[in-house]
Design a binder for this molecule. Sequence first.
Ligand code: HEM
Length: 553
Amino acid sequence: MMIMMGRSLNELFEGKVLTWREAAGVVVFVVVMAILQSLHSLINRVWWEPKKLQRIMEKQGWKGPPFRLFVGNMADVMRFREREMAKELSSIRDFTFTARLHPQYALFSSTYGDKSFFFQGDQLRIFISDPHLVKEVLLNELGNYYRPEGSILHKIIPLVGRGLANLNGEEWVMHRRILDPAFRVETIKGMVGTMVIAAESMMETWEQRIKDRKGSIEIEVTEDMRIITADTISRTAFGSSYTKGQQVFEGINKLRSTFVEASNNPLFWMSGYRFLPTAINRKIAKLKRENDETIKHVIQSRKELAKLGKDAYGNDLLGLMLIAADEDHVKAANGTKHQLTTQDLVEECKHFFFGGYETMSSFLTWTMLMLAEYPEWQECARTEILKVCGPKNDMDASKLNQLKIVGMILNEVHRHFTSVLQISRVAKKDMQLGDNFVPKGLSIEIPLLHIHHDPRLWGEDAWQFNPNRFANGVSKACQHPQAFIPFSFGPRHCIGQHFGMMESKIVVASVLLRFQLSVSPNYKHCPTTLLGFIPSPKTGVQLIVENLKPNVL
Ligand code: HEM
């Protein structure tokens, strides 16, 4: 290296040969310059850039709290959240818990109005809650708004995987193109039978427990919904090797608890924290390695089996992804650019496992609670399921499609307990958004949960549980079709939407055809969040479960 440097310096100093001392001086100079350069870009990133964006937005009437170096306003958010969490909800029918689930929007929009912003770490984030503007951002086909690198999903990458939701640009286009076919409605329809097996196996354990107790039982449904969801994903993704899938879920659970512990530290929200060699970061890295190995093992054995026969990839989600990736390899050989590597597939598997697991188990838990709390809706749904599927739970995709009342209830649960509380984007270049100039690099936060509760869009009963509002479809339920977007929309909408809706209907039908649900006196209504973005009950959801009276069937 010294010789190489000597040569280039020789050129620099027009052929003069440098002494070692002179060369050392030059090296020191270069190192100092490199340090100054890094310092300059650090200061630029953590101070000048956010301050510049703040000035631009303030000039246009946007308001927010003062900037704080490194941590931004997250400490204020955490304090506000603690205060909100300390407030008791009057009953399960009290839906005014949005401030504790998504405190940043509640805190800053109530202080600074609709045009508000705050700093998450060194990122200035504005809130967009007008559905017209939301539509403009999410429908942008040209990718002028991308997912931010500093979002919570990036902070927990060892847990969620470096998959679709964390990718941008051409890499995202390639992954989405290859993975889309595995999640099309037609493909998911073929998975109904597998989903029913997962749901029914949990129902059998409930039935056995009721039999053992000779009457009703109390069930903490959060855990059981997690098990059904994990089982459904393991079976639909990994087919016959679904026990390996369960192993992955054990790994995900360990990683999740470690991240929950880490996220209680305000420094966790600081950019770059995940790269520091702290004890907790080392533990996370070890757990990630172990989980990756399990998935890699399944993929490699599939690939080896495939060498023996054409269909050996299987028709489960992993098989479909491997087939699509293979077809893409063929195209690649013919001149297309990208290919999915084994590590890409590992990351995408983790991504689906996490994405499908946390959102679905949270959503199903809240659905069970609402069915138990509103017996009239439980009854309506059961009558419909009995009529469409018959008492033996004879389900297929077309019957599930006919479950209109169940669909209305699920929509109302999505509205109140929005699984993904907010969507984030960053402007790739200077943009015009409605009347606003949005400078390149500005982060935009779309507070789905709050949009779903805005009385200006939903009317006076926005804070009530009323599935009837969806009786004539989403477009008639609210003022603007983009006021109800639990799965988002546009090019980056949830790839698992059909999978999620199908699974939800199957679980609801399986439960209601066998059991009567009511809320246990032991249940304490205290919605909170998991990892700051998935609504979860603080101390589980305890329900009383009993067999249906014979005259119901
Ligand atoms: C209750 C169920 C679910 C809800 C409410 C939900 C919601 C969402 C939302 C709001 C997004 C963000 C879209 C955006 O930024 O515009 C998303 C993305 C995503 N979801 Fe879901 N999701 C659910 C279930 C699932 C399931 C079951 C899977 C997989 C099996 C899944 C996989 C994904 C993936 C991979 C993305 C990223 C898509 C991309 O960027 O191309 N989700 N989901």
